[in-house]
Design a protein around this ligand. Structure first.
Ligand code: ADP
Ligand code: MG
Length: 416
């Protein structure tokens, strides 16, 4: 995709916005963009530079994202609402065309990486609570004050942020700014990665948001205990507003990434803010158990959508008939009694049993967690609590003994 209309190829040391930002290394990419760590020579801080593909439709999407991010920033002058901050934006001309660029505050690893680094075992409930609080603060702000639906909440789109400022503490963070292009810097951030870049990558990985994360499993150096910010609260921010929409100007029918998609989206029954609450519940479950709550697959004689609906009902109980038959696509899946047409025998396993048997939660942990979680997984969107209501839930302020993942806690209780 590094061709006309596509990505912009970046070399380490490349200047942007008349030399204000200097590219340091690649942080990630999406369908529409590549994201680079850059050094802001004006503020002496590191920033994330999101460089959009140049074709018209991508530019359009970037303009929309800039519009949304600007409203988000305007309503949150103290930058305390757990949403990524847009610092600047500009156009950059390159051989593949003109690219819209967004300058965002530099954040750390995603929750997906955090879950992986924890070997899919689930985080301690105390950490799950801290992360949930941040996501809820973000959602409450986005929904109630800005009036937008994120529509693509998932662990990949929630990034941790480290409380060390790499520009102020280069030793601890392991980052030193590169101000010009090094000899032999590679194109595109390195399909043939050179030594400088490898070294930088290793240093930066060690540095960024190594909050209680075990990296040894990934073959990357484990952080030294002093670097492990275990005692510090987990904090994170919501990113990727490329698909966000104003609640009063919805345009897409099919929204959300498969596993985090709400039932009303599958059924085409119309949606609102509560679709984000469904995704949020799926994320909370995944953080606590290490497994996706729903991972539907196409099977013999049924579609991924139908499997998804079956999985939901197996875990949450039968969908009320009125809801099952109420969507524009209901007839594709349900008969008039509200039973799935092609998946006839459901294997019901209520969530509380699942948490206790498969994930070794204690009965108490399971009960308390589900008091928080279950209302969010209501098949009727209007019955789901809002982010504001969730923030009041006592579960968020419980504390279990430190240093135990809920799995360990469950295990030790079993042994007793
Ligand atoms: P897309 O809309 O193309 O999916 P995203 O905004 O999700 O783009 O960014 C793509 C990836 O870049 C993310 O998954 C993440 O790895 C990285 N990234 C995005 N924003 C930041 C940021 N502010 N700080 C650090 N990394 C970021
Ligand atoms: Mg993304």
């Amino acid at each position: 995709s590094y061709r006309k209309g596509g990505y912009h190829a970046v070399r380490i040391g490349d200047p942007f916005a008349a030399g204000r930002y200097i590219a340091q290394r690649k942080l990630g990419w999406g369908q529409f963009s590549t994201v680079w760590l850059a050094y802001d020579t004006q503020s002496s801080k590191y920033v994330a530079l999101k460089i959009q593909k140049s074709a018209q439709q991508f530019a359009q999407a970037a303009l929309h994202e800039i519009d949304v991010l600007s409203s988000i920033a305007d309503g949150d002058p103290s930058n305390s609402k757990c949403v990524v901050r847009l610092i600047d934006h500009f156009k950059h001309s390159g051989p593949n065309g003109q690219h819209l660029c967004m300058v965002l505050e530099f954040l750390g690893d995603s929750l997906l990486q955090l879950i992986r680094f924890n070997r899919y075992k689930g985080l301690e409930l105390n950490k799950v609570r801290e992360i949930c609080k941040c996501i809820l603060i973000a959602l409450d702000y986005l929904h109630r004050e800005v009036g937008i639906i994120h529509t693509d909440l998932k662990p990949e789109n929630i990034l941790l942020f480290s409380t060390i400022d790499p520009a102020k503490d280069p030793v601890r963070s392991g980052l030193t700014p590169i101000l010009e292009r090094p000899e032999g810097g590679t194109l595109n951030g390195g399909s043939t990665m050179n030594i400088i870049e490898k070294k930088l990558k290793r240093r930066a990985r060690r540095a960024v948001a190594n909050i209680g994360v075990r990296r040894d499993s990934m073959g990357v150096e484990a952080p030294k205990p002093a670097r492990c910010l275990d005692g510090i609260d987990m904090r994170c921010k919501v990113v990727d507003f490329g698909n966000a929409c104003w609640a009063d100007k919805r345009f897409a029918e099919e929204i959300q990434t498969r596993q985090y998609r709400a039932p009303e989206v599958i059924l085409l029954s119309g949606y609102t803010f509560s679709v984000d609450m469904w995704s949020f519940a799926c994320i909370a479950f995944e953080l606590a158990t290490g497994d996706m709550m729903f991972a539907p697959k196409t099977g013999q004689g049924f579609s991924e959508d139908e499997d998804h609906l079956a999985l939901m009902m197996e875990l949450l109980g039968k969908m009320p008939r009125k809801i099952a038959v109420g969507g524009a696509r209901s007839k594709d899946f349900f008969d008039r009694h509200g039973d799935l047409k092609r998946i006839r025998r459901l294997k019901f396993l209520p969530l509380d049993r699942l948490l206790v048997t498969k994930y070794k939660f204690s009965e108490t942990d399971a009960r308390e967690f589900l008091e928080f979680l279950s209302p969010l997984l209501d098949f009727s969107p209007e019955k789901r609590p809002t982010a504001q209501q969730c923030l009041q839930h006592p579960w968020l302020n419980l504390r279990s003994p430190d240093g135990q993942s809920n799995m360990d806690a469950g295990m030790s209780k079993l042994k007793i």
